[in-house]
Design a protein around this ligand. Structure first.
Ligand code: DC
Length: 243
């Protein structure tokens, strides 16, 4: 049966750290009027919680106790979604280098993954969601209608992350960013539970030499090729081009 114009799909975007998944997912969400969900932010919020608590997530009883006390929600009222941890806006804190350094360890813990994956699946139940992460196409939304696997050369990713952190922190060391990025990729791809993998039916896009606008155009055209019933926001590409 062919979907109608009002029908929505789910879109899964996976890939290595710093390859622009969030930027693309946000741009697409605006173009399609879909909900954007940054699953990495949820792993970051759990990391922040345990860093600020006296609980040890490697001990089963303390982990269980901690997860009972964690309430993770997104505030979508502003221009950018904000991560709320137990009601507090932690959007800036979860992007810090301290969190960067521990988040991949947290994301290896199966109990934490199950806790977050269940929430992620629930958010996507009604479709119209663009979710980005490491296991979205393979584990969280294996039946997402459109799956993308983003890649970019390491040095490009390092520079992008550097610029991002310079904007928010102002003091960052490019060598430690490089080290952290490579180490996170290694841990994320080699962990036992839900390692970063390209789903068999995902489309690969290497965006090393693409600008933000070129990347968006490429993906929008590809989505429309597959799902010609999807309606675009009228100014989706126009507003980007005029920036
Ligand atoms: O996308 P990000 O850099 O904000 O993600 C932070 C970490 O969270 C990343 O190093 C691995 C983990 N993560 C994960 O294991 N699974 C996801 N779906 C998203 C993120």
């Amino acid at each position: 049966m062919h979907p109608t114009a009002t029908e929505k799909i789910n879109i899964a975007i996976d890939g290595y750290s710093g390859c622009g998944k969030s930027t693309l997912a946000k741009d697409l969400a605006r173009c399609l009027n879909y909900i954007y969900l940054d699953s990495g932010a949820m792993y970051r919020a759990v990391t922040l919680f345990f860093q600020h608590s006296h609980l040890d997530y490697l001990r089963a009883d303390e982990l269980e106790q901690g997860l009972k006390d964690i309430n993770i929600t997104f505030d979508h009222s502003g221009e950018q979604p904000q991560m709320l941890l137990n009601g507090e806006n932690v959007e800036k804190q979860i992007r810090s280098q301290t969190v960067n350094e521990e988040v991949s360890q947290i994301a290896r813990v199966s109990v934490i993954r199950r806790f977050l994956v269940e929430k992620q699946k629930r958010i996507a139940r009604n479709k119209g969601v663009i979710m980005e992460g490491r296991d979205i196409g393979t584990v969280v939304l294996p039946s997402a209608e459109y799956k993308l696997f983003l890649t970019a050369e390491t040095e490009t990713r390092v520079n992008r992350r550097y610029e991002q952190l310079m904007e928010s922190d102002g003091k960052v060391d490019i060598d430690s960013i490089r080290k952290n990025l490579i180490e996170r990729d290694r841990i994320d791809s080699s962990r036992k539970d839900s390692p970063l993998r390209k789903a068999a039916d995902a489309i690969v896009l290497d965006n090393t030499n693409l600008s933000r606008e070129q990347q968006l155009l490429w993906v929008v055209e590809d989505i429309l090729r597959h799902f010609n019933f999807i309606q675009l926001n009228k100014d989706c590409l126009l507003s980007k081009a005029s920036r």
